[in-house]
Design a protein around this ligand. Structure first.
Ligand code: ATP
Ligand code: MG
Length: 384
């Protein structure tokens, strides 16, 4: 096929490719019905003039926490628009106090405040005055709150949201906080303590059967009938269970479909799935490494050479700083970026001043990282 053929080719095995997108909200979400009900109960008081109940939503990655909140907020928005304002904030993307309140402002007023020149107090007062006047309750979902742990920002943010009624009489506010790494639990308790009284809602990992059924349903929506066999879905389920990430399973369905289309085939074969497995292993790492700055690359390379298995962030800084003079703030930024890109894991040790000293571990094989870092950029384009 030449380029034109590829673009104009109108035969496809995808019935609806958008169901594989990361922002797709599944219609059938029955497996999380109990959690959705608990969350809905927490909103109920707010619909009757009371204060919403705070929720702490706990569960490993890809267990449906974000989806549950988004679905519930959509429903609340349709049915209870007069009584409640629901704001969803992804703290990975919005991690400063100003940024988070900008998101709230945007939801309430339809536009974010200007990024410069407006003092925080004005943004805050505008929001709270509006809640006071409209008598609506505010519920803010803070997703992945571990991104707010730096510099104890989280306590200020929680305080500003939850204690608003102290300055704005009668204003009703609540927080749904989402935490996917249980290691962070004590950091949260230490930092927000008694301000945040919350009902815990747990999202347990899906078992084999549940994972299989979710993938099968997604395949049914995404592909035309008989494009993928049950045994191939089982194969993808096995791989998904091994890697503990449902998101990967959904992506593998899409990649397998693409591979079959590249062969101009009408059904997905085992080779397409195998190829998807292989690409999943290597591509993500290469792509991510390409996006790093020189400083980030340098630190990452250094980490791959560290002998200790469990090194704390502080010890790593000391070691790195012997040869490379950088400030702790810069170092911390680099570490956070590497974690954000999921190249390293940081887990809280429970030691240190606020109990927030972290262990640093690589998520990939050190040698593989070094090999990829030393290769020429053009390497990546082969996989485009
Ligand atoms: N019960 C379910 N039924 C169908 N799809 C699901 C279900 N649970 C999760 N998914 C799908 O799995 C993917 C991950 O879900 P989601 O983003 O809600 O997880 P999460 O718990 O917020 O993960 P993280 O902690 O990594 O943010 C999404 O594509 C979502 O559609
Ligand atoms: Mg999420």
């Amino acid at each position: 096929m030449d380029l034109n053929d590829i673009l104009m080719y109108d035969e496809t095995i995808f019935q609806d490719v958008t169901v594989f997108n990361s922002d797709y909200l599944p219609e059938n979400f029955k497996l999380r019905q109990p959690q959705m009900e608990e969350m809905a109960f927490s909103l109920r008081p707010a619909l009757m003039g009371g204060k919403p109940i705070n929720n702490l939503i706990l569960g490993p990655p890809a267990t449906g926490k974000t989806t549950a909140i988004k679905k519930l907020f959509e429903m609340a928005e349709e049915d209870c628009d007069d009584e409640i304002i629901c704001v969803y904030v992804n703290c990975q993307l919005h991690s400063t106090k100003f940024d988070i309140f900008s998101q709230i402002h945007k939801k309430i007023f339809g536009h974010a405040p200007p990024e410069t020149g407006v003092p925080f107090a004005r943004v805050y007062n505008n929001i709270m005055n509006e809640l006071y006047d409209s008598e609506k309750a505010l519920i803010v979902a803070l997703d992945d709150i571990n991104h707010l742990f730096q510099g104890n920002m989280i306590s200020e943010i929680f305080y500003d949201i939850l204690r608003a009624h102290e300055s704005f009489n009668g204003v009703r506010t609540g927080i749904f906080a989402v935490l996917s790494d249980i290691d962070f639990r004590h950091v949260l308790d230490k930092n927000v303590g008694s301000i945040f009284n919350a009902t815990e809602i747990n999202f347990k990992p899906y078992n084999y059967e549940e994972t299989y059924n979710i993938l099968k349903e997604r395949a049914k929506l995404g592909f035309f009938p008989n494009v993928i066999s049950e045994s191939l879905i089982e194969m993808i389920t096995d791989y998904t269970m091994d890697h503990g990430d449902l998101r990967l399973g959904i992506e593998l369905l899409r990649m397998s479909g693409n591979n079959a289309e590249i062969r101009a085939a009408r059904v997905i074969e085992e080779e397409d799935v195998e190829k998807a497995f292989n690409s999943a292993e290597g591509i993500s790492l290469r792509y991510v490494l390409e996006t790093l700055s020189d400083k980030e690359k340098h630190l990452l390379k250094f980490i791959t050479r560290v002998k200790e298995d469990n090194i704390t962030s502080g010890d790593l800084f000391k070691l790195y700083n012997r040869e490379n003079k950088i400030s702790y703030a810069t170092y911390n930024r680099l570490i956070n970026k590497l974690e954000f890109l999921r190249l390293i894991d940081t887990t809280y040790t429970g030691i240190g001043k606020k109990g927030n000293s972290r262990y640093i571990t690589l998520r990939f094989d050190g040698k593989e990282i070094r090999n990829n870092l030393s290769e020429k950029k053009s390497r990546v384009t082969r996989f485009n």
